[in-house]
Design a protein around this ligand. Structure first.
Ligand code: C2G
Length: 464
């Protein structure tokens, strides 16, 4: 009844009754299309409320390329002078809440949403305004800096990256360097440029994503940096610290991005978990235990072509080591590596366990490509612990558990594309802004390389 009455009032513009209009959007890089929408929305009534989407909400609904921060977007809306009030949209379903709380008469949105918000008609009038053609944030973002990316690796290795790159604004896969060209052309006829050599690929691109075997990393990264190309490389970036340091210095000298590609590091759940732990949610962290295994590559004891395959320490080590070094730091007192080799001469471990001792904590990782185990992550603290179920490296969920189970908390965050698309967005942002991505600090990358180096040099390694 109240709604009907308010609808009646707004339609008949009874004086002294303010008609409230609400609209929502990301409003990234505020442009003419947005302004026109806001003007028309405002003209529908007397008071315009603009809901600007929070970063997490955008990520949840798959908008991962937003360029400006929430504050910058709010500021731009305020400066437009069109909004009487700005609010933040943080969760699914909030529109109903807002309409009731602010006693809104009209909900207005662009016609690209036609029909999608009809369910709000139960609460207020819903108006779809024609979308302005020819201008969009996506267009503006892509126009600004199109990073032409080259991929290097086996087809199996790069398939996911090609698929995920389509979700990333400002990035295009320009060419590839793969072993099996024929097979690749069949699968990806649209990618026309297939290089015959790494040098040839580099000539066509601004940046490379290196997914080739770890023994090639140092050489390929060095060449790419010397030719002025940004680099994203599957971890480990190098097989020894000296080479790693040289590459970092070279990237710095040339003003280029050199980024460690550990997918897990770029996911929202993983990031939130690290922040919660750093803020003391389970007290002081005393133990980090991470397990990563997969039998995929070596199924049915197929130990052929091992030189083309990644050993356990390189395939899984960096991922498993990530929470260890990010939570406990790189300064452990000692470590012992225990490995079981399929081919010791070529350093191919089918399983490795590493135990770390810190001054006031311990950590362990178990990695295997020839051994299967439960891929969970457990972090123990003085007041509680974290449990992340398998496969923890694709984390979208974790639990904080306490002695008093009433205090237990479960956290869920959307993870799309195993984190690869966030990793690519972060790479593009680092290139555009000239600021390194903060997801994996150089100290963490270096500690990972150091661990891998010790494995190859058999430092404190026991063979079983
Ligand atoms: N818009 C427009 N013309 C354009 C571009 C955008 O009229 N050329 C409109 C959209 O239709 C929307 C508003 O401007 O009404 C904001 O657009 P976006 O920033 O893209 O936000 P959007 O993802 O549409 O958010 O809860 C969020 C909302 O549901 C919509």
């Amino acid at each position: 009844m109240l709604l009907l009455l308010r609808g009646f009032i707004s339609n008949h513009s009874i004086s002294n009754t303010m008609v409230k209009v609400i609209t929502y959007g990301t409003f990234d890089l505020l442009h003419y299309g947005h302004i026109r929408l806001l003007e028309r929305a405002k003209a529908l009534g007397d008071y315009l409320i603009v809901g600007v989407t929070a970063e997490d909400f955008d990520k949840e609904r798959g908008k991962i390329n937003v360029q400006q921060s929430l504050m910058e977007r709010i500021e731009a809306i305020k400066n437009s002078g069109l909004a009487d009030e700005v609010i933040v949209e943080e969760y699914e379903g909030q529109k109903i809440d807002d309409i009731q709380r602010y006693e809104v008469d009209i909900f207005a949105i662009g016609s690209d949403w036609s029909g999608k918000f009809d369910y709000l008609k139960e609460y207020c009038k819903v108006v779809y305004l024609d979308r302005t053609v020819g201008v969009s944030s996506t267009g503006l973002r892509s126009e600004r800096n199109l990073v032409r990316l080259g991929l290097v690796g086996s087809i199996g290795g790069i398939r996911k990256y090609i698929a995920e790159s389509s979700f990333v604004n400002g990035l295009v896969v320009e060419g590839v360097l793969v072993g099996d060209k024929e097979q690749f052309t069949k699968e990806y006829p649209e990618i026309v440029f297939m290089a015959d050599s790494f040098d040839e690929l580099l000539k066509k691109v601004d940046a490379v994503y290196i997914v080739s075997p770890p023994s090639n990393h140092y050489r390929q990264i060095r060449i790419a940096l010397l030719q002025g190309k940004h680099v994203l490389c599957e971890s480990p970036i190098a097989l020894n610290v000296e080479q790693y340091k040289e590459l970092v210095a070279l990237a710095q000298e040339k003003g280029l991005v050199l980024m460690d590609a550990i997918k897990t590091a770029y996911g929202m759940a993983y990031n939130r978990l690290v922040l919660l732990l750093k803020s003391g949610k389970i007290g002081r962290v005393v133990s980090v235990d991470a397990v990563c295994t997969s039998l995929q590559d070596l199924q049915s004891n197929d130990y052929k072509d091992l030189e083309k395959k990644w050993n356990s320490i390189c395939a899984w080590g960096p991922t498993a080591l990530l929470p260890v070094f990010q939570l406990l730091g790189p300064d452990y007192k000692s470590k012992i590596i225990t490995s079981s080799f399929i081919d010791a001469e070529h350093h191919f471990d089918m399983f490795s366990k590493i135990a770390f001792i810190y001054e006031h904590a311990v950590a362990s990782i178990k990695v295997g490509k020839g051994v299967k185990s439960e891929g969970e992550l457990i972090i123990s603290g003085t007041q509680g612990y974290v449990y992340v179920p398998a496969p923890w490296w694709k984390m979208d969920y974790f639990e904080l558990r306490y002695e008093d189970s009433n205090r237990n908390r479960r956290y869920f965050y959307q993870l799309d594309g195993e984190g690869i698309r966030y990793e690519l967005v972060s790479f593009v942002k680092a290139i555009e802004s000239g600021r390194p991505s903060h997801y994996i600090q150089p100290v963490t990358s270096m500690a990972i390389v150091q661990t891998v180096e010790d494995f190859y040099n058999r430092n404190n390694l026991i063979e079983i």
